[in-house]
Design a protein around this ligand. Sequence first.
Ligand SMILES: C[S@@+](CC[C@H](N)C(=O)[O-])C[C@H]1O[C@@H](n2cnc3c(N)ncnc32)[C@H](O)[C@@H]1O
Length: 529
Amino acid sequence: MVESNTEVENSGKCQICDKAAKSRCSGCVQAFYCSVEHQREDWKNHKPRCVPMRMCHDDKIGRHFIATRNIKPGEIVLKEAPLIIGPSQVTPPVCVGCLKEVREKNHGACEKCGWPVCSRACQESPTHANFECKLTVERGNKIVIKNFASPHPSYSCLLPLRCLLLKENDTERWKKVLELQSHDYDADDLQFKSDMERVVEFIPRFFKCNKWTREEIIKINGISRINGHELPLTNPSCVAIYHRASFFEHSCRPNLSKSFSENNEIIFWAPNGIKAKEHLTISYTDVLWETSNRRHHLQQTKHFECECERCTDVTEYGTYFSSLKCQKCNVGMLVPNSLKEWSQDWRCTDANCNNIVTYEKVNKFIEHVGKDLAAMEKENEGNCIKFIEHYSKWLSPNHFYITDVKVALSQIIGAGINGIQKISDERLKLKCKICKELIDLIEKIVPNEARVIGLIKFEFHSSLAEAGRRAMQVKDPNCKAMLEDSLRYCYDSIRLLGNEAKCLPEGNICRQARINASSLETLIGGILG
Ligand SMILES: C[S@@+](CC[C@H](N)C(=O)[O-])C[C@H]1O[C@@H](n2cnc3c(N)ncnc32)[C@H](O)[C@@H]1O
């Protein structure tokens, strides 16, 4: 249902008997009932649809969700199974059953159609057997895939093809796919040319069929590009399309966090709670990229110009995440006048400095740093420290390249089994300092980026715990406070990573955090005793 106003109505029709009703479900505030009995009677039917949000429409962003009531911190707003799942458009060959990597040496091919599979169960999995397998058999020749080392062009068509095949396989799901937004192609666009060749022209030619019109294939290809979510549960990652999850709008400072369950469900939840009537937002891009990178990525992949609150604040909440230091006064930061003037001259923020630098110069420097970083081995602690020391002369202290390297450092200092116990006091202090700075910064820019904040809080907790243990050994009276601090960060990382699938590194860290929390509780209890 699409509605054009954002106000919650005061009355409606009872879900059971259609009579005028004023009471409604307190969860979603959308389903009306004339009596408690009718609400009880409807609960089984209503439960899967009950969400604390309603869909609204806006000329600029299209359909989007608004909170119908206050959402509590940690509350799950939506958990949904995919409509369809398939390989990424650019991927080396993967098993078409489980979508996991296959290697040249150990791969098998489906006996019926030739697509790579890793087991009989995968060959018989319904998402393969009822989809591309059937169509390849109808074509009359098996597919032959020999190159397993690099992206394979035939895979580009699989996700749109699986969507198209829903038309005959599952009309309910097909209708839901058709409700999703596609996009208009620009004929000069490189993406358009590649999609034409690899999907729109490839499907009827390769499968020797005319089940779908050209417009239909273009539309479905657009739908899979605009609405596909990268699923990190396989290596390489695959893509899933969901129904209701497709209507969340984007913000570079979203109020929802995204997680995935083991069985590919998408979970949107509110780490910090949300007030009634607020727009519910997610991020379609990497929120730890700088403004021009994020906006370019959104333009290229989702075809819109982001003008969210974060993009319009050129200081990014006073963090200067995309800024350079002014080399003239060494006090202020260089920023553009406004988002609209991003590609014009950048000025110093210090009122006493009149320094102006052309965007061309700014951009050239940023590109140079980016190339340097891309060529650097980020797993090497020394390299990271040298990078920060060197580029801190020009980049703002919170610049996203500095932040990127600090995130790497927060993970590598003291990594490995018992690694944290072997590092010097000095390196332990450095790890604590980096973690604390990162937490403060990321919570300011993207307070709902639960995955990254949760991982850094885990690292901080383990450093504080080690510092506490060292303090205990020398009978430092501060040791208890350090361990209690560590436990608080440990609880926080459990809260932030608690929705992550157990098979993901984040899920594993959450499991470890639970074990650590229990050991810390015992240790602190021992000190108290
Ligand atoms: C996954 S869809 C979201 C649902 C879509 N609004 C609809 O009506 O189906 C993504 C598309 O929504 C629009 N959109 C989402 N967030 C936006 C934003 N912050 N600003 C402008 N357009 C946005 C863009 O057209 C984008 O390509």
